[in-house]
Design a protein around this ligand. Structure first.
Ligand code: HGY
Ligand code: MN
Ligand code: MN
Length: 418
């Protein structure tokens, strides 16, 4: 009887700790930007664990890695997974928890001699963060056919590297076809990366969906000039224009309220010298909202502000969309299964949307999909201080195990699953 089965929390924590030693940064986090040497080393370690478990490992054309444990039946697997690439100031749990918990679930089933009905797969997807190569969730977007492989391979990064070249260089430009085969269901375990669960004292989040994401890069061309001699009314100051956009998006988010958020994460000036009026500037704006109409309104407000600013400051401002994903709702049957399982295991549980993007939002395009959240201390993430209590990590892993088993037994062509 698998209902009482639990995962080995110490083994999960050991793997999390070992993976965190690759690309280590001060404060106990990791820096493994997509397709860098550190990402290669992280991939090699996880693939070695997958092979040690006897899984059938495939690598596709964009470097997604899918490892499958056979079931009693042939056919599409029930899949779990996430990502192991990180931002530059990454914590040790973002993405990594979901992949390593998937391995832990498979090892637990194996050591208990449990054969699932359907094959069970654990995957990690390429470049989920999108920090080096936009958009985010690049690998899972290609996996589900949302972006052509050739187009993805041609993407240039913030360091002018090219996706296809980097995949070749690290040895992960695989031969498995893109798009990949749709799983029968997908569920991802992830840290919340926000303050809600902790504030509510809840252990498990049954995630209802993911908010919309809009990333835009602005390039401003003004006129470099002497910082001392140029009268203010004669300036075409790209530095001022960039700062005005950054201030405006903060004002926009606060004035819209609700769930509207906005940030300028990247900002570069040229020539970037104390005594020169900046001749050019590049910056990125990240806008998000759970409501698509509100997100469109925010984008339109920003576009109108930028047009007025270009004319008043006498600069030219061009823009490039780096990522644009509408809000996604997860399959209610999977959301309900997560809640039922968490409750049965004796964990407090609540439903909530995700503020962060996740590979699950792409898999939701091709199969019944959901997510499991565990709390983030002080809601901090994309920061080495990112932390989730071990007891919550293990609770999430146990809920993942039992959710996957419930989905394995479910007839996903019908309504109920748990
Ligand atoms: O940007 C995001 O929300 C995710 O961390 N890729
Ligand atoms: Mn993540
Ligand atoms: Mn992240």
């Amino acid at each position: 009887m698998t209902a009482g089965m639990r995962t080995d929390g110490d083994r999960l924590l050991r793997r999390i700790g070992e993976l965190a030693t690759i690309g280590p940064i001060e404060g106990g986090g990791s820096c493994r930007l997509a397709l860098t040497e550190e990402d290669r080393l992280g991939r090699d370690l996880v693939v070695a664990w997958m092979r040690d478990l006897g899984l059938d490992v495939t690598i596709d054309g964009i470097g997604n890695v899918v490892a499958v444990r056979p079931g009693r039946l042939e056919g599409p697997p029930t899949m779990t997974g996430s990502h192991i690439d990180t931002v530059r100031t990454g914590g040790r749990y973002d993405g990594n928890l979901g992949v390593l918990a998937g391995l832990e679930v498979i090892e637990t089933l194996a050591e208990n001699g449990v054969e699932t009905e359907h094959p069970l797969a654990v995957a990690f997807f390429t470049d989920e963060e999108g920090s080096r190569f936009p958009p985010d969730m690049l690998g899972s977007l290609v996996y589900v056919g949302g972006l052509g492989l050739e187009e993805a391979l041609d993407i240039s990064g913030i360091d002018d590297a090219v996706v296809g070249d980097e995949l070749e260089r690290i040895g992960y430009r695989g031969v498995a076809p893109c798009p990949g085969p749709a799983p029968r269901a997908f569920v991802e375990l992830h840290i919340e990366q926000g303050p809600v669960l902790e504030a509510e004292g809840t252990t498990i989040g049954a995630v209802t969906g993911v908010q919309g994401i809009s990333w835009t890069e602005f390039t401003i061309e003004g006129q470099s000039n002497h910082a001392g001699t140029t009268p203010m009314h004669l300036r075409h100051d790209a530095g001022y224009a960039a700062a005005a956009i950054a201030a405006h998006v903060r004002f926009l988010a606060l004035s819209m309220g609700d769930r509207q958020v906005a940030t300028v994460g990247r900002l570069g000036l040229h020539p970037d010298l104390v005594n020169v009026v900046a001749g050019s500037a590049t910056l990125t704006v990240d806008l998000r909202n759970t409501d698509e109409d509100r997100l469109v309104a925010a984008e339109q407000d920003l576009a109108s502000f930028v047009a007025d600013l270009a004319s008043s400051e006498g600069v030219s401002i061009s823009d490039r969309t780096l990522a644009r994903f509408e809000p996604v709702d997860f399959d209610p049957r999977v959301v309900e299964t997560v809640g039922t399982v968490a409750d049965r295991l004796g964990h407090t549980v609540q439903s909530l949307p995700s503020g962060a993007g996740h590979d699950a939002q792409m898999l939701a395009r091709v199969c019944p999909t959901g997510m499991i959240f565990v709390p983030s201390r002080n809601g901090i993430s994309h920061n080495p201080a990112e932390h989730t209590d071990p007891v919550d990590l293990v609770a999430g892993c146990d809920v993942l195990l039992q959710t996957l088993l419930a989905l394995d037994r479910a007839d996903l062509n019908s309504e109920a699953t748990s």
